[in-house]
Structure formats: structure tokens, C-alpha cells
Write a protein that binds this ligand. Structure first.
Ligand SMILES: Cc1cc2nc3c(=O)[nH]c(=O)nc-3n(C[C@H](O)[C@H](O)[C@H](O)COP(=O)(O)O)c2cc1C
Length: 187
């Protein structure tokens, strides 16, 4: 099972690095698997820890893919790290083991602290649609434009029927990137 989360790590200068990551869940163990090259990967290697943030604010996912990475953070409780200021919950993890891989190393994490900050208020289809579009945007260079466009036609239904202001904003940020890509592909 994979949970789409926001992983926050500390850079060499102490600044937060915020990145969407699919965190693999296996028998209660959490595994972060960044593709090379990646700032998250470098930070995990150097610092040996991270915060895994659970948020339903899909603007953070869309923002990170569209140059808006400056999300507010707080100091973590138990590790020398930083967590998203706004989240439903977060886990602070230390790296217990690394499965080395040329393409995608796997960082097995030990949870050392968890906290809940706000209640889960139910599923929203538009949030899922934004996540799917974010995945497409992260693969723009590898996917065919007609495939992207046909998926957007379907995902748009959930946006039109169920989105709130945050979901609309996240969708618009991502669509601007799709449109710029489509424009450069056709010129
Ligand atoms: C929902 C979602 C899940 C993602 N999961 C991963 C992942 O598991 N591994 C990865 O390397 N990138 C993943 N990405 C792409 C990264 O967020 C993006 O490439 C990011 O810039 C990571 O690289 P960085 O640490 O250098 O910033 C995901 C993106 C989205 C939108």
C-alpha cells in the first residue's frame, strides 16, 4: 500500500525541503523511496531522519510541482527536523535501514513520534483528482499529450462537482503547467 504524503527533510543549511512522496506501508513499516537524483534523498542520507506529513491540503502537492515549495514549517518534537505547520497528523521517523539501488533506494523508517493535529473529515473526489493530475504533471516529459488530455477530461468531472477553493487553486496551478507544456510541444 502506498500513502501519498508530504515528506519534509532538513537541508544542509537547516532549511526545510518539502516534497510529495508516496510512502510505502509494509507490515506497519514505512518506506520512503526517492528516485535519483533528489534533494530528499541527499537530506535523508545526511540527516538520517524526516517528517512524514499527512495533509488533505492538496495545494501543497500541486504547489511543490509548480515552484511553490515555501510552505510554513514548525520544529519537530523528537527529531532534529521540521514538519509542515498545517497537517492533519505527522510522523517523525529515523532511517533504520537503506536498500541501495541505482535508480531508487529505499529508506526503511522507524517511527519515533506521531501526533494528530486536526480531524479527518472524509474523502473528497476533487482532492483525489488533484493528486492524479499532480502525478501526471510529474511525468509530463514521459507521457503522451493525448493520454494526459484524455485523463484530464475525466478528472475534471470530480473538480467541477466536488471541489472547494483549495482544490480549485491546486488544479489551476497544475493546469497552467500542463498548458505551458502543451504550448511548447506544439510550437
Ligand atoms: C503524489 C506524488 C507522489 C510522489 N512520489 C514520489 C516518490 O515516491 N518518489 C520520488 O522520487 N518522487 C515522487 N514524486 C515526485 C516528487 O515529489 C518530485 O519529483 C520532487 O521534486 C522530489 O524530488 P526532490 O526531493 O529533489 O524535491 C511524487 C509526486 C507526487 C505528486
Amino acid at each position: 500500500m502506498i500513502r501519498e504524503c508530504i515528506v519534509t527533510t532538513r537541508g544542509e543549511n537547516g532549511d526545510a525541503h518539502v516534497a510529495p512522496m508516496g510512502v510505502h506501508v509494509r507490515d506497519n513499516a514505512l518506506i520512503i523511496a526517492p528516485f535519483r537524483p533528489s534533494t530528499t534523498l541527499e537530506n535523508l542520507l545526511r540527516e538520517g531522519n524526516a517528517c512524514i506529513n499527512y495533509t488533505d491540503d492538496v495545494r501543497v502537492f500541486a504547489g511543490c510541482l509548480t515552484g511553490r515549495r515555501d510552505w510554513p514549517v514548525h520544529a519537530a518534537d523528537h527529531i532534529q527536523g521540521l514538519r509542515l505547520a498545517e497537517s492533519l497528523a505527522h510522523a517523525e521517523v529515523e532511517i533504520a535501514r537503506i536498500d541501495e539501488d541505482e535508480l531508487r533506494p529505499r529508506f526503511h523508517c522507524k517511527v519515533v513520534f506521531e501526533a494528530t493535529h486536526a480531524p479527518f473529515r472524509g474523502y473528497n473526489r476533487a482532492q483525489a483528482a488533484v493528486l492524479e493530475l499532480a502525478i501526471l504533471v510529474s511525468r509530463l516529459d514521459r507521457l503522451r499529450l493525448d493520454k494526459i488530455e484524455s485523463e484530464i477530461e475525466y478528472l475534471k468531472i470530480a473538480i467541477e462537482k466536488t471541489a472547494g477553493p483549495r482544490e480549485h487553486q491546486a488544479w489551476d496551478w497544475l493546469m497552467a503547467k500542463v498548458d505551458a507544456h502543451a504550448g511548447s510541444a506544439s510550437s
